[in-house]
Design a protein around this ligand. Sequence first.
Ligand SMILES: [Fe+2]
Length: 138
Amino acid sequence: MDLLKWTDDLSVGNPLIDEDHRNIFDLLERLHQDMSSGQINQETQSIVDALRDYAEAHFSREEEFMRKIAYPHYAVHKAEHDRFVSEVCALQSRVARGARTAQLDIDQFLAGWLREHVLVRDMALASAIRGEGGTAAA
Ligand SMILES: [Fe+2]
């Protein structure tokens, strides 16, 4: 399976959240293609910057949904968001320093992490937003 592609099984059934996830996967795929060249350049920087901005905006939207419905698993869910953002920030500063990253697989790591998060946390959240309880898998 290509970890970097958004796939139908990742649909949480909420069009807004799905659209955000698709865009994040697109950025990860662009990052992967860019980093495959082995060169850190201006383009790499702008993709990582966009990834951080987009991920933060998306996570804020999800967190707002959670607060709105007094979601009982807010803390654990938000902690995962924070972890993703801090990984992206670390990557952002490595790229800013022009580090020829030893972690060319970082994009795969982020995509794998995101996939797992979507399948477990976001699925549960989306079902809670739909009023289906949402406590089972959270
Ligand atoms: Fe989430």
